[in-house]
Design a protein around this ligand. Structure first.
Ligand code: GTP
Ligand code: MG
Length: 589
């Protein structure tokens, strides 16, 4: 049977970088059409904008483009049936519309199981197109033509991961959602739909946050739980937004988001009483800043949000008050306020001072940049693409091999590379590399990747493992020396040998025990104190030895800052931040 072969792809977030040639909609879903060097692509989205499937029609012939595209486009209301007909109706081929000889052999859609799988995907509902679904989407192999397309699309823009942090309800998701709306990735119809959904849930003002908060639980409670992820770009930069939860119960999720970020947007609510609650002891404004610094978030944009609120009304006094209270705190948390921190007023909900500068009639006193300008001009230190490869694994799943996810902290990776999964020293081969949603041949430091591997089973990998170069592999230890700063211990707790806590270092979460306090550091002189130290109190800086039960892969802070800084948490509270100063060779694996 002459059957045109097509490749179905599911769960595919087709980015905004490629302007589609044409759109078509029907009641159930919308389709975008693209023409690449080797193929004709149809990306389909559910009504709510969730990317559901992508069809790739390879053509060496002009026939598909010339004969079938007009037919597809002329029948937009029945487009879905038309697309399916292309795949299922063999008479097309007999008509000579598509010459199968000309089409490169691709995956043929005869497999029932695959069809079933696709149906499942089609059933997925209520996900916006921009924020990636928080339920792990199934990654799929991108065809060669997509790769060719990606090569055309992936330009030389720099890439930055930006985490949105701050106290609960400060407006992180709202601001993230507004950024996506202003950068043209969410249409008015989706916003109207969210407005209605938010109203139905008696959460009228939350509709912008719904762009980032995609889980039902998050929408009902109006609180982010899992780190939301989305992409947008400005003139100079491709950004990955990581929208962290502000609620204290979800600090571990915030840590995992911040650990992937290069810069942070610290969102502060200027609304009467809200700044105060976030900033006071136990508020997440403080905790997030300290964690962000420890986790390697080099620069902060502090956005003073809700300036439109009636208790604020773009008041310069309120803005100045917040800036003057935050500045000494940011300094004491280790940020160089002149070089690494920039304040600006916004309204995330209304979208003011975000893509364009605030109008003088709204805010006569602000002469600084808007948020997009500030993001565009943030400078971060260049990372070395030639360093030894290190990618801490944050997640893994099975899909035509084993796929691991994480951010490259050092070095580069390309298809065909041989690497190690540490600490179990498993030799693996890189089958494919995906950057955001695109298949790429090679990726460097700072990129968030999905890497498909052969040579290892998914169940043999845990998050916290590190994909590492073979020649200069990462150390695996059960004990190390670190310099710690004690922030705030639980009431009546004493920090001494035997103290137990949970260690968070890159994507590792492990129980640990302080085995020995070595020296206390004088905070004024930064030199070790002579007196033997047996216990320390809040605020102390101490060098100690820390033990974990399982092998973990970490680095000295001086070698790889991102893999050598950590936090200690007890009973849901961050009690200390620290850096690894020595990896004991006696305990090295
Ligand atoms: P968590 O995810 O729970 O930490 O909260 P969040 O920081 O993501 O806050 P979210 O975006 O969910 O917004 C919380 C509430 O603040 C919602 O009711 C928003 O409408 C409101 N809000 C956010 N930004 C603004 C703003 O610029 N102006 C006004 N007036 N309200 C805002
Ligand atoms: Mg949120």
């Amino acid at each position: 049977m002459n059957r045109m072969t097509v490749r179905w792809e599911t769960g595919f977030a087709w980015g905004p970088r490629t302007p589609p040639r044409c759109h078509a909609k029907n009641a159930k879903r919308q389709h975008h059409f693209y023409i690449t060097k080797h193929s004709f692509l149809v990306s389909s989205y559910s009504k709510s904008g969730f990317p559901e499937l992508r069809l790739s029609f390879p053509f060496a012939t002009k026939t598909l483009a010339s004969a079938q595209i007009p037919r597809l486009l002329s029948a937009p209301m029945d487009i879905e049936a038309e697309i399916r007909a292309l795949q299922l109706d063999s008479t097309e081929d007999n008509n000579g519309v598509v010459n199968p000889e000309d089409a490169k052999p691709e995956v043929e859609m005869t497999d029932k199981v695959e069809e079933e799988g696709m149906k499942d995907e089609l059933d997925t509902k209520s996900q916006p197109v921009q924020a990636e679904p928080k339920v792990k989407d199934k990654e799929v192999s991108a065809p060669e033509d997509v790769e060719a397309l990606d090569e055309m699309e992936i330009d030389k823009k720099r890439h930055l991961n930006v985490v949105f942090i701050g106290h609960v309800d400060a407006g992180k998701s709202t601001t993230g959602g507004q950024i996506l709306f202003l950068s043209g990735q969410v249409d008015d119809r989706t916003i109207q739909k969210y407005e209605k959904e938010a109203k139905d849930k008696s959460r009228e003002s939350w509709y912008m946050a719904y762009i980032m908060d995609t889980n039902e639980e998050e929408r009902i409670k109006g609180k982010t739980v899992e780190v939301g992820r989305a992409h947008f770009e400005t003139e100079t930069t491709r950004f990955t937004i990581l929208d962290a939860p502000g609620h204290k119960s979800y600090v571990p999720n915030m840590i995992s988001g911040a650990a992937q970020a290069d810069i942070g947007v610290l969102v502060i609510s200027a609304r009467k009483g809200e700044f105060e609650t976030g900033y006071e002891r136990g508020g997440q404004t403080r905790e997030h800043v300290q964690l962000a610094k420890t986790l390697g978030v080099a620069k902060l944009l502090v956005v003073v949000n809700k300036m439109d609120d009636h208790t604020v009304n773009w008041s310069k006094e309120r803005y100045d008050e917040i800036e003057s209270k935050m500045t000494p705190f940011l300094r004491s948390s280790g940020y160089n306020v002149k070089k690494d921190v920039q304040f600006l007023p916004i309204s995330g909900l209304v979208g003011t001072n975000m893509k364009t500068r605030v109008d003088k009639s709204t805010c006569p006193w602000w002469n600084g940049p808007c948020l997009f300008e500030a993001l565009d001009s943030v400078e971060v230190p260049l990372r070395d693409p030639k360093g030894p490869f290190r990618m801490p694994i944050i997640d893994k799943f099975k899909d035509m091999g084993t796929v691991v996810m994480g951010k490259v902290e050092s070095g580069s990776v390309r298809e065909g590379d041989s690497l190690l999964v540490m600490p179990n020293k498993a030799q693996v081969k890189v089958l494919a590399v995906y950057c955001d949603e695109n298949k790429v041949r090679c990726a460097g430091p700072g990129e968030n990747l999905r890497v498909r591997l052969s040579g290892i089973e998914e169940e043999d990998i845990l998050s916290g493992f590190v994909l590492s170069s073979v020649v200069k592999s990462i150390a695996a230890v059960t004990e190390f020396t670190a310099q710690l700063q004690i922030l705030e211990l639980l009431e009546n707790a004493i920090f001494t040998a035997g103290y137990k806590a949970v260690l968070h270092i890159h994507s590792v979460v492990e129980e640990c025990e302080i085995v020995e306090l070595l020296q206390q550091i004088d905070p004024k002189t930064k030199k070790p104190m002579k007196k033997k130290v047996l216990f320390v109190k809040n605020g102390a800086v101490v060098v100690c030895r820390i033990q974990v039960n399982n092998l973990i892969c970490i680095e000295k802070f001086s070698d790889f800052p991102q893999l050598g800084r950590f936090t200690l948490r007890t009973e849901g509270k961050t009690v200390a931040v620290g850096k690894v100063t020595d990896l004991s060779s006696s305990s090295s694996a």
